[in-house]
Design a protein around this ligand. Sequence first.
Ligand SMILES: Cc1cc2nc3c(=O)[nH]c(=O)nc-3n(C[C@H](O)[C@H](O)[C@H](O)COP(=O)(O)OP(=O)(O)OC[C@H]3O[C@@H](n4cnc5c(N)ncnc54)[C@H](O)[C@@H]3O)c2cc1C
Length: 412
Amino acid sequence: MAISLELPKGLQMLQQQSHQVAQEVLRPISRKYDLAEHEYPKELDMLAALIDGMNDSGSSSGAGAAGGNGKPAEAKPEPKPEEEGVSKNGANMASVVAVSEMCWGDVGLLLTMPRQGLGNSAIAAVANDEQKERFAGKWAAMAITEPEAGSDSAAIRTTAILDGDEYVLNGEKIYVTSGDRAELIVVWASLDPKIGRSAIKSFVVRRDNPGLKLDRLEHKLGIKASDTANFILTDCRVPKEDLLGTPEIDTKKSFSGVMKTFDNTRPLVAGMAVGLAKACLDETRRILEEAGVEIDYDKPVNVQSAAAAEFIELEADYESARLLMLEAAWMADNKKLNSLEASYSKAKAGRTGTDVALRCVALAGAAGYSESSLLEKWARDAKILDIFEGTQQIQLLIIARQLLKKTSAELR
Ligand SMILES: Cc1cc2nc3c(=O)[nH]c(=O)nc-3n(C[C@H](O)[C@H](O)[C@H](O)COP(=O)(O)OP(=O)(O)OC[C@H]3O[C@@H](n4cnc5c(N)ncnc54)[C@H](O)[C@@H]3O)c2cc1C
């Protein structure tokens, strides 16, 4: 059976549009906001409005993190399979395609695109219809991590205690991407820490809530265009209808409910790494060709120059990361359980992005290390994609648990 690795026509158009935006809007301001950390990239306001318009007219679709405008993915008509067993491409596929192209432009700028936060993906994954409607069009960040809970998100200590018609949240959240700029923050908190992970729920907290205090903004290695905020929540009152999903504590299902968010967001982060790797490869090809290195796909690698052989090897790695990303997104669109594939895609792309970026710096020589090219910036930007939404080690742990059929208590 022939396998077509090309995107269908509709997605090709989205890919081209996103690439053009990356080239004409993001690349020209990429270095500017790398140098001006914590300065808001105001150029993105107009771009975000354009993306909103495209979404409203139905010419694009997505589920947050630059795949859409924070409006519920279900609100858009999805192509109906004509017959049983025919697959479809929906919001998740559109999101990874758009995200990877935009990250060819700049990962940090993509991460700070108004109304495209990871919290928007969380809302799309877990909220009920009424909530999706209410939070439509808002920019939402995602706050899981705490000083004592990073990889082990079940260890979070922030509490949410019901008091009349409101939950009262207390705790500390760190490393919140877009935390300072977003309008909403999806905060993970426990209804009862004694019960453990099944009591963890997510709550939508408005950025202007007086109980939510910005503690500081981080200075970082890369993605400097994106703000990373730390917050203290002190008696932060949230209307009870802003708990996402159901308030019931089901010891069998509850935590897996919030974890479902990751099945949607991990392929997106994989998409970011795929886009960054492609940017590195395109720039390195240009530099190598300018230096007279010939890359010939018709010749075996052992008769080509070492630089060409290494370049082809990196391209193959990039391609396999891209295919795993597409598979994870396709499964989500077709309502297939994709936790394993989401982790495959995140682990492979996170590793590949960092590896490709650093080896491209090496292939380009001094030019790769200097600020005269963006390669040195991409090498710094790449690392975060192998850390947030679950580190490399955590993805491998999740994969091992699933393949070996072990619980999180049995394999940790
Ligand atoms: C720039 C940036 C943006 C971020 N944005 C967000 C955001 O928007 N929202 C949010 O909630 N969080 C965010 N984070 C936090 C991020 O998700 C965490 O940093 C990440 O989950 C790792 O947690 P940690 O830093 O506490 O490391 P730790 O969990 O302390 O891990 C330290 C090291 O130990 C390894 N390790 C831990 N446990 C195991 C194990 N069981 N087996 C093997 N190895 C293990 C890890 O892989 C890592 O290498 C962001 C972080 C950064 C740096």
